[in-house]
Write a protein that binds this ligand. Sequence first.
Ligand code: MRU
Length: 362
Amino acid sequence: MQGQYKALWLDKDNNLEVLDQRVLPFEETTVTITNTQETIEAIKNMTVRGAGIIGNVAGFGVYLACRESNGDIEKLIYLAEQIRESRPTAVNLMWAVDRMMETLLNSDLHDLELTQELLEEAIKIADEDCMRTEKIAQYGADIIEEIMLNREIDTFDILTHCNAGWLAIVDSGTALAPIYEAKKRGINIHVWVDETRPRNQGANLTAWELSKAGVEHTVIADNTGGHLMQNHMVDMVITGADRVARNGDSANKIGTYLKALSAKDNNIPFYIALPSSTFDFTTLDGVRDIPIEIRSENEVKYMRGMDSDGEIKEFQIVQSQSPALNYGFDVTPARLITGLLTERGVCDANVDAISEMFEDLI
Ligand code: MRU
């Protein structure tokens, strides 16, 4: 791949270019990231978002920090720590920074050669993510085929929450990877798309990705999922994850837990798709211990959209004097998860199965 991915790539000066995810689907623009401060801003203000891409940008950010530090290792360590702290829940961020720092600490190179080595490591991290999503695509599409055969259905209806496509993790996504692969295999697939609040990443990002790929889909309000499941209109739920604990509890965009409860009540398979870089093996109990980001109340009180003249505007939808509370994520307990769809195959969501399948990484 060598530093060229669908949602981020290197320019001729080895600066990082990213698709600006804040303005999709109405505008397709890019942002250039040249130093640590811009890396942190892009992660914090959600120019880039989604666990995998956050990790990739952080990896490249450490390389940019090295370029900026001119051989001052203490400064580099300080800057890397600032990147590591830019968002709290998606563990790929910490994982990627730690891996870059390990490369740094194991290296006896200096200045230019060290910068080059860190650039290569950041590319390697992203390349490995690409391979992982490719495997997730295959395993996930196999499950879809198997369910279709057993149930003799013509069209497969999947519900996904938020965006875990190629905007969120290079280069096929996690939750959307099996969907793209199923389409390639000629399966009739239809996707119910939600996360229509608070960030609208289903409505804005997943719907955009799916229409670009020609995948049939329908956007629904977040509250619609339960009704659809109760009325046999969903064959499977797949979502991505921002952090999965050692016991299988999985943090994902707020609202995922409610989808999982509904799937359980209606006997619908509920899968979490993730690369191994999204595991947090040190957190033993996810519901208790995964840190949940609280974001600005303005994401609840305002909405952004296009008016009838085609102008992009922000609208206030809650009176000013009412406070709002905006948790970014929730944790789905392992008992509600049918399986964790990983690059090594489907893993049961429990401590024994995870420890066995990922023993070499723990
Ligand atoms: O706040 P975000 O957009 O960074 O949240 C992350 C997500 O988009 C989702 O939770 C997603 O489903 C998992 S990211 C592979």
